[in-house]
Structure formats: C-alpha cells, structure tokens
Design a protein around this ligand. Structure first.
Ligand code: BEZ
Ligand code: FE
Length: 289
C-alpha cells in the first residue's frame, strides 16, 4: 500500500491488523486506531503537540515503581477508571455500588480478628467501624471476607509514608456467621493523590485540584457473590463534589458520628473523643445463583 494520505491511512492500518488471531484483540485495536485517528483529525494535532504527548506518556512510565502507579493515576483522573468500573458492575437496585480500586491496595495484608485495630498503631482520632454484609434478600452473608485499607491522618498510605510500618491501616477480616463485622481504626481524612509527577502537572495545567474526599476502601468477597470493590465516604467532608478521580456515589456517603471521651463500643474506656461508623454492604449474587 503506497501513497496513503490523511483520508486513507486509518483503514490501511485496520486492514494490516486483519490477521490478528485473537478476535477480541482485533476488535479493540481496530477501534483504538479509528478513535485515535479521529481524535487527531478533530483537534488537527500538530507535530509539537504529538511530541509533547509522547514525552508526557514516557514520563508517566518513568514515574511508575513498585509503590507508585502513575498510569492508574492517569486513568483515574481522566475518568476512565470510573467508566470501566461502572460498565462492568451494573447491579440490581439495592446492591452496594462499586467504585474505583485505586493504586494503594497491597496484596498480603495481615488478617485480624473482629474488633482488632487495623490501624495497627497508626496515630489519629479513634474510629470504631461496624456493619453487616448481606445479600439482596437481606440475609447475612456468613464469614464474608472484608479487606480494608485507608490513609493515615496526614492522608498518606503506609506505602507512601516512611514513618509508617508496613501494613499499617490495612487488614483482612471475616464477618461472623450472620455477616456482622466490626473493627477499630482511625478517622479517614481527605488527601491529595500523588501530584508531584506528570499527572499532577497535567491537573495543574487543566486548573484541577488533586484532592479526594475522606474515605475507607473495602474489597468484599464471599462464595456465590460478585466481588465488591468500593469506598465509604465521610459525609460533610470536603471534595465530595469534586473528587479528582470521580469516585463518589451518593449511596456510599455515611456519617462518622463523634462521641465524647468515655466508654467505647468495645467496652473499653477511650480517653479522647472517638467516632463510630456503621455501614452495611449488600452483595450482588453471581449470575446463575
Ligand atoms: C485512593 O483512593 O487510594 C486513590 C484512588 C485513585 C487515585 C489515587 C488514590
Ligand atoms: Fe484512598
């Protein structure tokens, strides 16, 4: 194929991919090429702009390490993560909504018994979290596994803050035979996503802030139910209407209730004010159940 021009180049690339053996890969790459070319035509992309994009993506790659995933930050801040989550987790009314996974989940978090402190000594205002994992029928899901992770009072995860020990602010628990769970941690605060790299500069250039509203992350699994990856957001906090990664769902906003110093829900005296959060999760049965 010779003499390709701005009108014929797109279908020439698609034709060159005709022998791809994986039909899904072929579908995705043909669509990607068509959309990418349409975009370049629509904005009449210049050569310096094309080069700036290449440099930007190169920097995004160079910013990735074992503890930093700049491509996920890019996907999150462009709303792609929320779109992919939404179209892959359509659920019947009444189920707890899913939201973005984020880059701070870590495999191998420690297992805790109900009532334990998943903060694992992390400093902050004490918070007692409780709730129930149920199915759409309202029946408790026995022994559901809950993985919880959260940032510290300064808005940093253990993997970001050298002052924290490994696995502070994250843990795995099993609900009891009726689906009830409770654990202790600290109050979640709002925090900026890592913004000292190319994604932060992109946000700046677009007049956007890097902040997320205060939240706890949950990943809940149980046999016979779809895995739920979600957050619980703190009502009344900042940035609920402008989460930089577009993850807030109204149904996931809950009250962190403040209590004066005194007897905590664990039956022990708490010598400073503490908070309680009560939130139930409704799991979606896997299809066929
Ligand atoms: C988080 O909530 O941990 C998160 C989500 C998206 C980007 C950065 C952080
Ligand atoms: Fe987070």
């Amino acid at each position: 194929m010779h003499n390709l021009d701005e009108k014929t180049i797109t279908e020439a690339v698609v034709a060159r991919q005709a022998n791809a053996t994986d039909p899904r890969l072929k579908e995705i790459m043909n669509s990607l090429v068509r959309h990418l070319h349409s975009f370049a035509r629509e904005v009449q992309l210049t050569e310096p702009e094309w080069m700036a994009a290449i440099r930007f993506l190169t920097e995004v790659g160079h910013s990735c390490s074992d503890s930093r995933q700049e491509f996920i930050l890019l996907s999150d801040t462009l709303g792609l993560s929320t779109l992919v989550t939404a179209q892959n987790h359509r659920k019947p009314a009444g189920c707890t909504e899913a939201t973005v996974f984020g880059p701070f989940h870590v495999e191998g978090a420690p297992h805790y018994a109900l009532g334990d402190d998943i903060g694992n000594g992390m400093k902050g205002e004490p918070c007692f979290v409780s709730g129930r994992v149920v199915g759409i029928d309202g029946q408790g899901v026995p022994n559901a596994t809950l993985e919880v992770w959260q940032a510290d009072a300064e808005g940093l995860y253990d993997v970001q803050n050298p002052d924290l020990k490994e696995h502070q602010g994250r843990g795995v628990l099993n609900a009891d035979a009726r689906g009830n769970f409770h654990f202790r941690s600290i109050v979640a605060e709002c925090y900026p996503i890592p913004h000292d790299g190319p994604v932060g500069r992109m946000l700046d250039a677009l007049g956007r802030h890097p902040w997320r509203p205060a939240h706890l992350h949950f990943m809940i699994t149980a046999p016979g139910f779809e895995r739920l990856v979600t957050h619980v957001f703190r009502r009344g906090g900042d940035y609920l209407d402008s989460d930089t990664v577009f993850g807030v769902r109204s149904s996931l906003i809950a009250d962190w209730v403040r209590h004066p110093a005194g007897m905590g829900p664990d039956g022990k005296r708490c010598d400073k004010p503490f908070y309680t959060l009560d939130f139930d999760f409704v799991l979606n049965p896997v299809s066929g159940n």
